[in-house]
Ligand binder design. Structure first.
Ligand code: DUC
Ligand code: ZN
Ligand code: ZN
Ligand code: ZN
Length: 465
């Protein structure tokens, strides 16, 4: 027959349009979009449903070494399975370079972990923790040409942070190679000053994690990152923006003509620092960096989602088990907030939360939802137009959303390797019930039918200026 698969009768949304049409798929690609398509091996009836590009979560941590005795809760199998059930068809995890070691060594290690294990497609970012000239100059350019076109640098964390000179060198390589740099903006020295003060005063509970990483530390570092990018004349991505003051820095930089992309995450819409209080170390469940702020910051982040300050909505999925000696309650972590592993799970709940709180509550329309959760990720990180849209010639990566589903989020129903969700009890309307990866039905009406290993690695293109 003409098509392998037809998706019939649904309401399609892209980042620019909403329309009713059928989609014809052959050999993993979208080959036709039109009315009354006929002639397929399989037909999926999407009447009353939204047919959207599969989600792309461009900020996900999987199997990263996280300190002595601490391990992440997800490997590539559980991480991508959880992503798939949340409507994603591509995720972008990080390959962490160990200081003094070649970037390629990190890449090889993560490729080995991912190979044959994935339920979604995967494309990597590199974390550059060593900006020494041999590692940086020679390697990054070669890797960019091979399709590793984005990397993250940190302004915080003793063992990861780059200083301003190192960041400038890294930005310079990015400018030359057309790579995209993601920057984690928090002022490490300011944080350390506060951490030492709190520990000296005996204040070691999880809540102090938020207190010692104040908005000012994020705002200053955001301003500095933008300034360095302005001087190096290169676009950057400010990741996991948590508040209005950092947003204002981004808007001001844009007004000066800077090309800057920015990202926020579900935790900054749904959580506050008060969640870090709680009996029996429960607050550790919500420890992530930057930390959740207050109601006013949540409203600011919503405004950024609505008005276009933010281009990207990512999970920053970085899962650790709570009730576990290798996780949030590791012996060392119980000594002080400073040793609680930073990060929370969220790859499966990212899109349902934004769909329910954003689209169903009328804050954003479907095209904006698609842009924030798929299209802009593909564009920013060199995967477009194979990924991130519904168009003739694109990969048939599609999530069919049922807006009539009502669910209460329970960790017991999720598929990640953690033992809790920060969103336990949150009620959502709408869920991606059928998920298609390069034309292969992976989830049909909520049931897994795809196989581990169906996900493939995707190389990325560098920026063309
Ligand atoms: N930054 C991240 O992007 N993820 C988890 C922890 C962190 O600091
Ligand atoms: Zn970060
Ligand atoms: Zn992260
Ligand atoms: Zn364990």
């Amino acid at each position: 027959s003409t098509f392998d698969l037809i998706i019939r009768g649904g309401t399609i949304a892209t980042a620019s349009d909403v329309f009713k049409a059928d989609i014809g798929i052959r050999d993993g690609k979208i080959v036709q979009i039109g009315a009354a398509l006929e002639g397929a091996t399989e037909v999926i009836d999407a009447t009353g449903k939204y047919v959207l590009p599969g989600g792309i979560d461009s900020h996900v941590h999987i199997s990263q070494p996280s300190g002595e005795g601490i391990s992440m809760a997800d490997d590539f199998e559980s991480g991508t399975l959880s992503a798939l059930f949340g409507g994603n068809t591509t995720i972008m995890p990080f390959c962490l370079q160990e200081k003094g070691r070649p970037l390629r060594e990190a890449l090889n290690a993560y490729h080995e972990l991912a190979e044959g294990s994935c339920y979604t497609d995967v494309s990597f970012h590199l974390i550059v923790s060593d900006a020494s000239p041999t590692l940086l100059g020679q390697e990054l350019a070669a890797l960019a040409e091979e399709g590793y076109a984005s990397f993250k640098v940190f302004m915080t964390y003793e063992n990861l942070r780059l200083n301003d000179a190192e960041i400038l060198k890294t930005l310079d390589v990015a400018r030359q190679t057309g790579s995209t740099v993601m920057i984690h903006c928090e002022n490490e020295d300011a944080i350390r000053y506060l951490v030492e003060k709190h520990e000296a005063a005996g204040d070691v509970a999880p809540r102090a994690h938020a207190t010692t990483r104040p908005i000012a530390a994020e705002r200053e570092a955001t301003h500095r990152a933008l300034t360095l990018a302005e001087i190096a004349e290169v676009p950057i991505v400010i990741v996991h923006v948590s508040n209005g003051q950092a947003m204002d820095e981004i808007s001001r930089a844009r007004a000066r003509g800077l090309k800057v992309y920015s990202e926020t995450c579900p935790q900054y819409l749904m959580l506050t620092a008060e969640d870090l209080d709680g009996m029996d170390w429960e607050g550790a469940k919500f420890v992530c960096s930057p930390p959740p702020r207050d109601k006013a910051a949540q409203e600011d982040c919503w405004r950024g989602i609505e008005t276009g300050v933010f281009d990207l909505f990512s999970s920053d999925h970085c899962p650790f088990r709570y009730d576990d000696e290798h996780g949030k309650r590791a012996p060392k972590a119980l000594e002080s907030f400073r040793h609680i592993p930073n990060g929370i799970p969220g790859v499966e709940t990212r899109m349902p939360i934004l769909f329910s709180e954003g689209v169903m509550k009328g804050r954003i329309d479907l095209p904006r939802f698609v842009a924030l959760t798929a299209t802009n990720h593909a564009r920013t990180y060199g995967l477009y137009p194979e990924k991130g849209t519904i168009a003739i010639g694109s990969d048939a990566d599609i999530a069919i959303w049922d807006p009539s589903v009502k669910k209460t989020i329970r960790h017991a129903d999720l598929h990640d390797g953690a033992d809790y969700t920060p969103y336990e009890g949150v009620e959502v309307t709408g869920w991606p019930t059928t998920v298609i990866l390069r034309g292969r039905v992976m989830i049909r009406n909520g049931e897994l039918v795809g196989r581990k290993g169906d996900g493939q690695y995707q190389t990325a293109r560098t920026r063309t200026l």
